[in-house]
Design a protein around this ligand. Structure first.
Ligand SMILES: CC(C)(COP(=O)(O)OP(=O)(O)OC[C@H]1O[C@@H](n2cnc3c(N)ncnc32)[C@H](O[C@H]2O[C@H](COP(=O)(O)OP(=O)(O)OP(=O)(O)O)[C@@H](O)[C@H]2O)[C@@H]1O)[C@@H](O)C(=O)NCCC(=O)NCCS
Ligand SMILES: Nc1ncnc2[nH]cnc12
Length: 290
């Protein structure tokens, strides 16, 4: 008999969804050149983040994503018991992330967005279109978790100061930045033959054109948000990241946002959500033997 058992056990639905979520986070981190964000080139506008930390953080979240999907399978319906189970698992995931990163917030927004998507997808693996999954995710996000602490987070501070719609509202509305900006741009750039990396960059830029990114508002105020939205639109208007002029505009945007300390971390999370929903819809969830 061979020393190794080369037959791998089929993944459960929860394991497959956790794999897809972690892959989406790693694909987002690796995508380059992203304006003012951590990527293969460097740390963007961040002093406390780097690519290795983003990868380690993504991997540390695998158990939380798996547990959220398992809770969805066990509980079986959208309701307060599932919302509160997922809230508890999300908070534990945040702790695992902070232990891994020694206290740096790498993926708080991503735990929220991708956690809801993983949970919603696991609730009904046969109904895994982008529309169906995002509606279930929104219904979950609309429920109030009685055990959630209400800290004066960066998002809460800019909501008070500017009246901005943050991560919570984005999910409660069914991820409009993903469904109306990121995914249509990803598909149209792919259809124009721009190549996968450029299509993903264009999807990120499309999200940035309209998002009230609370990271940018917190770090650089309304001037920073305007620079992000207008600069992203200028890249797309110039032909996107696959064109020479678009690439020049993208470089200018990178420099401008770094100078303003305006890192679009919320848009990065929503790109990861875009990639995850795209993979779930394109590849389906029935590759294992669950
Ligand atoms: C409901 C929560 C999302 C909490 O939301 P809230 O707005 O109160 O909290 P924040 O701590 O500000 O986190 C929100 C994060 O979401 C991302 N984001 C920003 N704008 C948007 C948007 N318009 N739409 C969607 N997502 C958005 C963003 O995450 C990224 O940025 C993070 C870095 O930001 P920050 O901490 O501000 O860091 P720095 O500027 O670098 O500051 P310094 O530390 O250097 O000073 C990074 O992590 C990215 O992920 C926002 O930060 C939800 O989190 C919640 O309720 N959690 C509790 C547990 C729970 O119920 N979980 C459910 C699991 S399904
Ligand atoms: N690539 C990235 N750089 C900085 N902050 C982020 N938050 C999520 N992804 C990020």
């Amino acid at each position: 008999m061979h020393a190794f058992n080369l037959q791998t056990k089929p993944l459960s639905l929860a394991e497959r969804l956790a794999d897809l979520a972690v892959d989406a986070l790693i694909d987002e981190a690796d995508l380059s050149p992203k304006p003012a964000l951590v990527d293969r080139r460097g740390n963007g506008a961040h002093t406390d983040l780097h690519l290795g930390l983003m990868h380690a953080s993504a991997l540390s979240l695998w158990p939380a994503f798996k547990e959220m999907a398992e809770a969805a399978v066990d509980i079986g319906e959208v309701g307060l018991p599932l919302r509160e189970a997922v809230g508890r698992i999300g908070r534990e995931g945040e702790q695992a992330m902070l232990t891994t990163t020694h206290g740096v917030n790498t993926h708080r927004g991503a735990i929220w967005a991708l956690g809801l998507i993983v949970t919603a997808a696991a609730l009904d693996a046969k109904s895994s279109t982008v529309g169906a999954v995002s509606v279930r995710a929104a219904r979950l996000a609309l429920l109030d978790d009685r055990y959630a602490p209400r800290p004066l987070s960066h998002g809460a501070q800019v909501a008070l100061r500017y009246g901005a719609r943050g991560a919570r509202e984005e999910a409660q509305l069914g991820f409009p930045s993903v469904l109306q900006r990121g995914l249509p741009q990803l598909k149209s750039s792919r259809a124009r033959g721009h190549g996968e990396q450029n299509a993903r960059l264009d999807a990120l830029l499309a999200i940035m054109t309209d998002l009230a990114d609370t990271c940018v508002l917190y770090r650089a105020g309304e001037a920073g948000l305007q620079a992000m939205q207008q600069g992203a639109q200028a890249v797309l208007d110039a032909g996107g990241s696959a064109s020479l002029t678009g690439r020049r505009r993208l470089h200018e945007l990178d420099q401008q946002l770094i100078a303003l300390n305006a890192s679009p971390g919320g848009a990065a999370d929503l790109l990861a959500a875009t990639l995850l929903l795209d993979r779930i819809e394109r590849d389906g969830l029935f590759q294992g033997a669950f």
